[in-house]
Design a protein around this ligand. Structure first.
Ligand code: G
Ligand code: G
Ligand code: MN
Ligand code: NA
Length: 253
């Protein structure tokens, strides 16, 4: 596969980079974290969508190396902030194949130790895709990571088949309301009711919550009126390149 060869080279040649989307406490507009998102620009292929190259990485097993690269980058960023006295977390997306790597926990521990990163500053975003097969080793890894202080966030909440049972079985501390619900807030009362239900469910289960994909002031107002604690989206900011982060943080705070 052509793209596999390119992706392999990309990892070696530093063609991949991270962008970071700020996550805000809605009431105060304070930045509480950033979601890291991987980007790939190749001279021949142009900008390749992460959906595409993450898929290729998953299928070819390159995701293991990509994941290690990602972790290293995130920890380097956290290390810089730490020196500046900035206490903000970064969340990292983990995909299914990474849970078949028996060294996952070890490599997370090693890299965070190397940069003296407090586990509370690295959140792990997992989608239901990781959980559908209900593999015992995955469950074990998730509990292990949680007990080491790395919080697990359930991503794309509400879009899968059995979100509720995952909340019961696994040690998540936060749900991320999928942006499809936020997008349709203004369209129908049903969507409003669904969002309300998710927020009150999170409150009742002592889970934190982040609404994704906030694009309009109306969406924000509704979420605030329902006491949704945190959110991210183009209304606040698109994902930012690393060089822009410090300015952005000091501009907001
Ligand atoms: O950033 P964007 O919306 O284009 O991302 C598209 C999809 O790719 C999202 O589902 C996002 O979670 C996924 N994605 C982006 N970066 C990463 C990454 O570093 N690792 C994994 N596993 N998925 C990512
Ligand atoms: O699947 P996941 O939740 O990790 O995907 C995050 C994706 O959502 C990223 O690709 C990011 O670029 C995108 N995103 C973030 N905020 C918004 C938004 O306000 N609107 C839209 N359409 N996409 C967004
Ligand atoms: Mn995510
Ligand atoms: Na999502």
């Amino acid at each position: 596969m052509l793209q596999e060869t390119y992706l392999r080279q990309a990892l070696r040649n530093d063609e991949l980079f991270l962008v970071y989307q700020p996550i805000f406490e809605l009431k105060t507009k304070k930045i509480i974290g950033f979601e890291s998102l991987t980007r790939w620009h190749n001279d021949i292929l142009g900008d390749v969508s992460p959906v595409e190259f993450i898929n290729i990485a998953e299928e070819t097993g390159l995701i293991i190396d990509l994941g290690k690269w990602l972790l290293e980058k995130i920890c380097q960023q956290l290390f810089i902030w730490q020196k500046e006295g900035i206490d903000i977390y970064i969340s990292m997306n983990l995909s299914p194949r990474q849970f078949r790597d028996s060294h996952l926990v070890e490599s997370i521990l090693e890299t965070t130790k190397k940069y003296q990163i407090n586990p509370k500053n690295l959140k792990l975003e997992i989608t239901e895709q990781v959980l559908v097969e209900d593999i015992p080793i995955v469950k074990q890894l998730l509990f292990q990571l949680n007990s080491l202080g790395f919080e697990l966030y359930l991503d794309d909440f509400g879009t899968g088949y059995s979100s509720l049972s995952y909340l019961r079985k696994y040690p998540f501390t936060l749900i991320k309301i999928d942006r499809s619900f936020v997008l349709d807030i203004e369209e129908s009362d049903k969507n409003k009711a669904l969002i309300k239900t998710m927020i009150s469910m999170a409150h009742n289960l002592n889970l934190s919550i982040i609404a994704e994909g906030i694009e309009t002031p109306n969406q924000l107002d509704f979420l605030k009126s329902e006491n949704c604690a945190a959110g991210q989206g183009y209304l606040f900011s698109r994902p930012l390149e690393a060089e822009k982060l410090l300015d952005f943080i000091s501009g907001v705070e």
